[in-house]
Design a protein around this ligand. Structure first.
Ligand code: NDP
Length: 286
């Protein structure tokens, strides 16, 4: 029978573990604080920011919300990040993306102090992942590793195929699977014979951003399929990059959408906030 990988349950377990760690830090007199900056009032971003605040409240992390108007200048944003970088009582800094068009995303992400960069987007953290050093890892791929491990799925020695090579999902996903000793192939829009490649996968991670593109003929019998995609279909229902109904019949384990990868992203963000305390204390990332 196909195993449905329950991201809701696993993320709840992680949040409960973090709640205990935060309570323990509290007993030692350490408070964990996350600063969340949103520029403009994009409705989807507002939902994500609210979910992050709620997760912080549940775990016991103090959250500082900076809701800046759309017309905030790049310099004003950089100045605020500079202030938060210097504040000893702030452990993590998160800038909600996308930013308005007049602000250069890269410039902004690059000024966040690497040991406060809980999204794991700073080049220093990306480099640390590449060469196996300690640092923050992008939350969605980090969450997928947790989903696999906590579902008892072995990665070492497995053929892993990642479809998608974005900086926030595909590339860090490939590096993490490699770190876990998988044999990793990365496919993208210029890949030839995609089906031939995906059909080799024991573990197939799909992050293409195309609704239901991966049908059962892309999947090997008995594979583990992780669907990162999130879309609304014609009936306004959520669906992924994988055609769940047909693929679920063929694979050994699959993440549903919703309730698979999605809830893990916030759980791993919370994990990075808690880790930031230890990283700042050890001075390993700065
Ligand atoms: P991007 O659009 O940044 O990247 C998509 C990748 O897929 C690119 O590397 C692209 O290749 C590749 N691709 C596109 N079309 C094809 C194709 N026909 N065949 C093979 N490869 C293709 O997306 P993201 O990585 O940011 O996100 C992917 C999906 O995951 C989206 O649906 C997004 O909403 C979702 N997502 C979900 C999260 C969650 O928490 N659940 C978090 C982040 C993202 P190329 O590089 O050649 O253009």
């Amino acid at each position: 029978m196909t195993q449905i990988i329950d991201g809701k349950k696993i993320s709840a377990q992680i949040k409960d573990e973090l709640k205990e760690r935060v309570a323990e830090l509290g007993r030692q007199g350490v408070k964990v604080t996350l600063a969340v900056i949103q520029v403009g009032a994009d409705p989807a971003s507002s939902v994500y920011v609210r979910n992050k605040k709620n997760a912080c409240a549940y775990i016991g992390i103090r959250s500082l919300a900076y809701e800046l108007p759309e017309e905030t200048t790049q310099q004003e944003l950089l100045d605020l990040i500079g202030e938060l970088n210097d504040r000893e009582d702030v452990n993590g800094i998160l800038v909600q993306l996308p930013l308005p068009g007049h602000i250069e995303e890269e410039k902004v992400l690059n000024v966040i102090r690497p040991d406060k960069d809980v999204d794991g987007f700073h080049p220093q953290n990306v480099g640390a992942l590449c060469i196996g050093r300690r640092g923050f890892v992008s939350c969605t791929p980090a969450g997928i590793i947790q989903l696999l491990k906590r579902s008892g799925i072995e990665i070492a020695g497995k053929e892993c195929v990642v479809v998608g090579r974005s900086n926030i999902v595909g590339k860090p996903m490939a590096l993490l699977l490699l770190r876990e000793n998988g044999t990793v192939t990365v496919a993208h829009s210029r890949t030839k014979d995609l089906k031939e490649i995906t059909k080799r996968a024991d573990i197939l991670v799909v992050a293409v951003g195309r609704p239901r593109m991966i049908t059962s003929d892309y999947v090997k019998e008995g594979a583990v399929v992780i669907d990162v995609g999130i879309h609304r279909n014609e009936e306004n229902k959520l669906c992924g990059d994988v055609d769940y109904e047909s693929v679920a019949e063929k694979c050994s384990a699959i993440t549903p959408v919703p309730g698979g990868v999605g809830p893990m992203t916030i759980a791993m963000l919370m994990n990075n906030c808690v880790e930031s305390v230890a990283l700042q204390q050890s001075g390993k990332v700065s």
